[in-house]
Design a protein around this ligand. Sequence first.
Ligand SMILES: NC(=O)C1=CN([C@@H]2O[C@H](COP(=O)(O)OP(=O)(O)OC[C@H]3O[C@@H](n4cnc5c(N)ncnc54)[C@H](OP(=O)(O)O)[C@@H]3O)[C@@H](O)[C@H]2O)C=CC1
Ligand SMILES: O=C([O-])C1=[NH+]CCC1
Length: 232
Amino acid sequence: MPCGVGGEALGCKIVTAFSNNSQLGLPSVMANILLHDPNTGQLKIILEGNTLTGLRTAAASVVATKELHSGEKCRLAILGAGIQAKAHAFALNHAFKFKENEKAKKLVEELRAECLTDGTDFQVSSTAEQCVRDADVICTTTYASEPILHFEWIKPGVHINAVGAGVNHHSELDTRTYQNSVVVTDSMASASEELKGLANIGVPVYAEIGQIINKTVKIPKTHCTIFHSLGR
Ligand SMILES: NC(=O)C1=CN([C@@H]2O[C@H](COP(=O)(O)OP(=O)(O)OC[C@H]3O[C@@H](n4cnc5c(N)ncnc54)[C@H](OP(=O)(O)O)[C@@H]3O)[C@@H](O)[C@H]2O)C=CC1
Ligand SMILES: O=C([O-])C1=[NH+]CCC1
C-alpha cells in the first residue's frame, strides 16, 4: 500500500493476512511500514505496522460512522474478538460513548481492565444474532467466508462498518443486507477489484467516503448504510 504526500512524505505499508496464524501464537495480519525520503527516495526507516493498522482501520470506521449514521448511538455490536475488534471497541466507544457494547468475553475483560472505566456496559453474546439485534452500529471484523450477519436480525437505520476480509471483502454480510443498503467504500479503485462480486447481486458501490465528507455526494434514505473498509 504506497502513499505519497507532495514533497512531505513517501511511504509504503507491506501487509500480509494469514488467518491461521493464531494457532502459532502470531497475529494474523502483519504489517511493516517503509518510510522513504520524499525528495530522494532513500529508505529512512522501517516501522512496525500492526499498531498503526489497528488505529487507522478503526479511525476510518469512526469517520464513516460519523458521516453515515445520524441516529442515536446507544448500542455497538462487534462481531469478532481479535485485533480489529478491540481497536474498534476502543475507537468507537471513545468517539461516540456507547451505552452498551457487545463483544467476546476475553475482549470484554481486557477492555474492562485496560481503560474503559467510564460506565460503559459490556455484554458477551453467545450468538451473532443476539449480538447485533437492537444495535445502532455494527462492526464486522472476522475472516468469515460465509455471512455471519443476516438482514432479518438488524433494525432499520443501522450503520455497518464491514472491515473483515474472508475469501473476498464482501463475505461477512448476507445478500439481503447489501440489497437494502447504501454501500460506501474508502477507495473506488480498490472496490472495482475487491467488491466486484457485489455487481452479481445487483448492488452498486454508491460512493467513496471522501465524497460524502466533501459533500459532493449525498446519501439517500435506506434501511441501512455499509462502510466497506478496504484499507486503502
Ligand atoms: N479493512 C481493513 O482496512 C482491514 C481489514 N482487516 C481484516 O479484518 C479482519 C480481522 O483482522 P484482525 O482483527 O487483525 O484478525 P484477528 O486474527 O486478530 O481476529 C480475527 C477474529 O475473527 C474471528 N474469526 C475468524 N474466522 C472466522 C469465521 N469464519 N467466522 C467468524 N469469526 C471468525 C476470530 O475468531 P477466533 O478468535 O475464534 O479465531 C477472531 O476473533 C481480517 O479479515 C483482516 O483481513 C485487517 C486490517 C485492516
Ligand atoms: O489495510 C490493511 O492493513 C489490510 N486490509 C486487509 C488486510 C490488512
